[in-house]
Ligand binder design. Structure first.
Ligand code: AMP
Length: 302
């Protein structure tokens, strides 16, 4: 089933102990769409400038991503630069140049308005809400990502958008900040009262925890000898998670557990190379093989 994503499409400059790239395709929507497209057709809504190169649009197109919602505006594409320390867990943002992204006002092409699965990547909650208002009928599943910036600056708008969201995917700091509770289970209860009944707490190399109003499920990060570039891991996780659910077509408890594993599988592949390089060549066969490894990694008898 079709999966809609709205979010940033960017050029990133990334520096890690393994190397450096000056200008590579990035943005939350790019990572998400490339990860999810292994499972299901993806529709992308975003904005790029007139410097956005055809070869980057082609990367998206080659992966069955429908770019009818990728607007081209006069000016430069959103640019982000970051540097990782030796242990890869600390990231310094060196530059955030919003450029055409500053005036982004997402418009869904008519062919996108029936999307049953929706992922609202990290953008202004008012814009996230405006996307939902453009959808005809009620989507089967809406998932949302956000960050400290929006939790602090636009709490009322975020609360309003959360009322229409079933899955919230954020990290532990954001969970604590949004709920005002330090304990994550208590935090989840607070968040359930805001709308979402499923909270996915992303914990970087430590994996992710799902708190559902009926159950808990935890998935590790896949142990890798070398992480070359952690950028986009969270968005790739979200792409694997939502892509799997959209392909399954039913949001059962079992499907949610499997989605957590596919999320972690996609996140682990994304960090193996710089930018979206690894996602570009990734096959469903490789994804299945790594999901089996997760099974062996976590299975035990009692
Ligand atoms: P992550 O590593 O999951 O935080 O995602 C990194 C991606 O998010 C990069 O490709 C950036 O281009 C993009 N990004 C960075 N800052 C922002 C922002 N303020 N809004 C939207 N996307 C952003």
């Amino acid at each position: 089933m079709s999966l809609l994503v709205v979010g940033s499409v960017a050029y990133d400059a990334i520096e890690t102990p393994f190397g450096k790239v000056d200008r590579t395709l990035g943005g939350a929507a790019s990572y998400f769409a490339l990860a999810a497209s292994r499972f299901t057709p993806v529709r992308l809504v975003g904005v790029v400038g007139d410097d956005f190169e055809k070869r980057d649009e082609d990367i998206l197109r080659h992966h069955r991503i429908d770019v009818a919602g990728l607007e081209r505006a006069a000016g430069k594409t959103f640019f982000w630069a970051g540097r990782y320390s030796q242990n890869m867990n600390e990231r310094t943002t060196l530059a955030t140049e919003l450029n055409v992204f500053a005036a982004f006002n997402p418009k869904l092409p008519p062919s996108f308005t029936d999307s049953p699965y929706v992922f609202l990547a990290n953008i202004d909650p008012t814009l996230q809400h405006s996307v939902l208002k453009q959808i005809r009928g009620k989507p089967k599943l809406v998932a949302l990502d956000t960050m400290n910036y929006w939790i602090e600056r636009t709490p009322a708008e975020l609360r309003e958008t959360l009322k229409h969201t079933q899955v919230l995917m954020i990290n532990d700091d954001e969970t604590r900040q949004l709920s005002g509770e330090h304990n994550l289970l208590r935090a989840a209860k607070r968040i359930f009262s805001m709308g979402p009944k499923t909270l996915v707490i992303k914990r970087g190399e430590h994996g992710a925890l799902m708190v559902h109003d009926r159950f808990l499920f935890s998935v590790p990060g896949f142990p890798l000898e070398e992480v070359h570039d952690p950028t986009g891991a969270g968005d790739s996780f979200a792409g694997g998670f939502m892509g799997y659910l959209a392909s399954a077509g039913r949001v059962t408890d079992e499907a949610l557990r499997r989605a957590m594993v596919f999320g972690s599988v996609l996140g682990s592949f994304a960090v193996e190379k710089f930018g979206v390089e690894r996602l570009k060549t990734l096959t469903l066969r490789e994804i299945r093989a790594r999901a089996m490894k997760f099974h062996r990694l976590t299975a035990f008898e009692l």
